[in-house]
Design a protein around this ligand. Structure first.
Ligand SMILES: NC(=O)c1ccc[n+]([C@@H]2O[C@H](COP(=O)([O-])OP(=O)(O)OC[C@H]3O[C@@H](n4cnc5c(N)ncnc54)[C@H](O)[C@@H]3O)[C@@H](O)[C@H]2O)c1
Length: 321
């Protein structure tokens, strides 16, 4: 297949690019290397694939409709894996304009380019955050999800909705995958797994919401990538599918696993959870199992051990620890 991956230099995007190249696919990647976190990390994420004969990369911004059109019309991908986004929940508060621009207008630019160039299938990275404070637990795709708690999930929900229009009017197959709390090597530094490891190593305290009495359905990046690839291979008309592990972990237990791995006590400052943070996310993954043959394989202890190995190799060594 010929696949355009947006957000190719990001955490999940760079793992997806590598997995697709391993399979023999042709991959066109794009990313704007924004500075939401250190762009040098994003450059490093691509180091293993730069120069690969089946990989073409563009430093491009999805808000630039003309450039997006040019890339899509030149390469005519079979399918677009749209992962580029402003992704932080709390960072989105007070920045609704930026999130609207990137996550909604940028998505529309890609959908338009897909329509005009005859792309047949579009896979969209959505999020478990669209479920907000729902009382239907585990989270199931038939929940209307009309009450997102921050601009980020609101912008992702908008992407899911506009995707339906493109399926309805232009027969562009559209699959929205709702990722649940993804972690692993190259994990985003603004997310809990990275910051807990980093603070443990440096002996700095972490802020733990509600004393760790929150649960998250931590899902290892390789399992997410397997789900994305299964979705890329299967046009389903219009579909919304959870990709999680289906087994939430208390934050206090999660921190304890990291403390064991790092071999240091994790210093904790307890703070109340902000209103943008639901008490739990928990995926019902039966639809992913049925439609995609999805089966998450990685236990949280194993995934965190892998992430810790990566941190020691890439972050600690790089900083000369
Ligand atoms: N990591 C998670 O737990 C998680 C959970 C749910 C959903 N998601 C979604 O998965 C996708 C990937 O997330 P990630 O964790 O890898 O984040 P990430 O920030 O590492 O990756 C996103 C990439 O998109 C790029 N990007 C941002 N704005 C862009 C623009 N205007 N033009 C081109 N590129 C742009 C960034 O530079 C970055 O490399 C995102 O859509 C995110 O919303 C992630």
């Amino acid at each position: 297949m010929r696949i355009l991956v947006t957000g190719a230099a990001g955490f999940i995007g760079s793992h997806l690019v590598e997995a697709l190249l391993r399979r023999g696919d042709h991959v066109i990647g794009l990313d704007n290397f924004n500075d939401y976190y250190d762009p040098r990390r994003k450059q490093a994420n691509l180091s293993a694939v730069r120069g690969h004969p089946r990989f073409t990369f563009y430093h491009a911004d999805i808000r630039d409709a003309g450039y997006v059109d040019q890339i899509v019309s030149q390469h005519r991908p079979d399918v677009i894996a749209h992962l580029a986004a402003m992704a932080g929940v709390r960072y989105s508060i007070g920045r609704a304009g930026l999130y609207t621009d990137v996550n909604i207008r940028g998505t529309v630019n890609l959908l338009e380019a897909a329509r005009l160039c005859g792309v047949s299938h579009f896979v969209f990275a959505s999020t478990s955050s669209v479920y907000g404070e729902t009382t239907r637990i585990p989270f199931v795709e038939s929940d209307p999800c009309n009450y997102p708690l921050a601009p980020y999930p609101a912008s992702k929900k908008a992407g899911e909705i506009i995707g339906h229009t493109y399926w309805q009017l232009h027969s562009l197959h559209f699959t929205a995958l709702r990722f649940f709390s993804v972690y692993g090597p190259r994990g985003r530094p603004d997310m809990m797994p990275y910051s807990v490891i980093d603070c443990a190593v440096r002996g700095k305290p972490i802020q733990l919401f509600d004393g760790g009495r929150m649960r998250r359905d931590w899902t290892y990046v390789d399992d997410i990538v397997a789900g994305v690839i299964a979705a890329l291979e299967r046009p389903l008309g219009y579909a919304i599918i959870n990709l999680g592990r289906g087994s939430p972990v208390w934050m206090s237990d999660f921190v304890e696993i990291i403390a064991q791995l790092v071999g240091k006590e994790v210093l904790v400052t307890e703070v109340p959870a902000p209103p943008s943070e639901p008490k739990i996310n928990y995926a019902d993954i039966s639809k992913a199992r049925e439609l995609l043959g999805y089966e998450p394989r990685t236990a949280v202890t194993d995934g965190l051990a892998e992430m810790w190995r990566w941190y020691r190799r890439e972050v600690m060594l790089d900083e000369g620890h």
